[in-house]
Design a protein around this ligand. Structure first.
Ligand SMILES: [Zn+2]
Length: 412
């Protein structure tokens, strides 16, 4: 079976020189068997149902990629992730570069073998962590110098080096080095930063080699419309396999995040995947999908799980509350996850208060299952042309007043 699949991928690799849509295909070297198919477009919004194909299998979109910061989605095994329905995960280049080191991982066969995760992996560029965790960073045209948050050692990363690190890791989707500016940042700071991020993206593209992972650009520009538009246009002109929207969910109001998506997504190629980085809540994801976003990553479900905050079909609950001390019901009576099939709220509260390791594991299984199931339902809704109805039913069952009006609009 495996041999058959690999043979198929090899022939696909030969056939798939195309790399999506771009006017500048000649600038792109042959990539791994990366391909994005759009299966259906929603009639009442910009939402798309699709599939991303890589050398390590494919994943359906809209998708949510759990975060495996240190080469592990905290507390779960790859088999457990697969059972939950996870089809692709994210790894953090910054963390893996610092520890254990990308060269060590490369010598051990690459990230898939090292972590025993056989399905698609997207690695971020480390830009977000360098600018949020690293200290004493110094940015120049050439690259960024920063001190490790682990031991204070000094490091210098360039766009080319970041592509090389992800090549050695053997990821399926690599991201370009970018500067993620904080919110709020003045226009005078954001403009040159965005322009440098675009020049870095161009250098990243130039440094690619045959059989490299697919490379995605990252649209920046803060919350300034003209800068976001300029960033998107410049990156699209260069021709990448996919486009991410970065620098959001960093403290700006939700309505502003949706404005940035409304300005940006129409400028991105219709047949390339669009990735919204570091987002978000279930409601953020439904809104963003309706604006044409295809996939997401976020620490929210896994971090919340470890903090005892659990997602349910009728809103979030905090399992530590005294009201659950003798509650024999599962977290969510409509949930079919392993945790809900076998454990009560009372037991999960006890594990949490007793600081048992099992607490993190069972809560993470439930929260990730909730997210995966939400995406399954979202994809069904797009397939059946009822995403708006799904959005309304979700917000009403969660008892939510949305912070911004539903972004659904005609496709025209
Ligand atoms: Zn559950």
């Amino acid at each position: 079976m495996v041999q058959g699949r690999q043979a198929c991928l090899v022939s696909e690799k030969i056939r798939l020189f195309t790399v999506t849509n771009h006017r500048h295909e000649s600038r792109i070297c042959e990539v791994m068997a990366f391909r994005f198919e759009i299966i259906k477009k929603d009639s009442s919004s910009q939402a798309r149902l699709g599939r991303v194909n890589t050398d390590h299998g494919s994943f359906s979109t809209p998708a949510f990629l759990p975060v495996g910061t240190q080469g592990s989605v905290k507390s779960l095994t790859p088999e457990e992730l697969v059972e939950i329905g996870v089809e692709a995960i994210l790894g953090n280049t910054y963390h893996l570069y610092l520890r254990p080191g990308h060269e060590t991982i490369g010598r051990l066969g690459g990230l898939h073998i090292f972590t025993h995760w056989e399905k698609p992996i997207l690695t971020d560029s480390g830009g977000f962590q360098i600018f949020s965790l690293g200290s004493l960073r110094k940015i120049s045209e050439e690259g960024v110098t920063f001190q490790s948050h682990l031991d204070g050692s000094s490091h210098f990363l360039t766009p080319e080096k970041v592509v090389e690190i992800q090549r050695v890791l053997g990821t399926d989707i690599a991201m370009v080095l970018d500067e993620c500016v904080p919110y709020p940042s003045p226009y005078e700071y954001v403009k040159p930063s965005m322009e440098r991020t675009s020049r870095w993206a161009s250098r990243s593209l130039q440094s690619r080699r045959e059989n490299d992972p697919a490379l995605f650009a990252i649209v920046q520009g803060g919350v300034h419309r003209d800068l976001r538009e300029e960033s998107a246009r410049a990156l699209v002109e260069m021709g990448f396999q996919g486009y991410a929207i970065g620098g959001l969910s960093v403290g700006e109001p939700k309505s502003m995040m949706m404005d940035v998506l409304k300005w940006t997504t129409p400028l991105l190629p219709k047949d390339a995947p669009r990735y919204l980085m570091g987002v978000g809540t279930p409601e953020d994801m439904i809104n963003a999908v309706s604006l044409g976003i295809d996939f997401f990553d976020c620490v929210l479900p896994t971090r919340n799980a470890r903090n005892g905050t659990l997602f349910t079909s009728s809103g979030k609950i905090s399992i530590k509350q005294a009201r659950y001390a003798e509650d024999g019901r599962p977290i969510d009576e409509t949930c079919a996850c392993y945790t809900c099939r076998h454990y009560s709220r009372a037991y999960l509260r006890h594990l949490y208060l007793a600081k048992e390791i099992l607490s993190s594991r069972l809560n993470t299984i439930h929260n990730l299952y909730y997210y995966m199931n939400l995406l399954v339902k979202m994809r069904e809704a797009i397939r059946e042309g009822r995403l708006l109805e799904f959005y309304q039913s979700h917000t009403s069952s969660q008892g939510l007043e949305t912070e911004c009006s539903p972004p659904f609009q005609s496709n025209g």
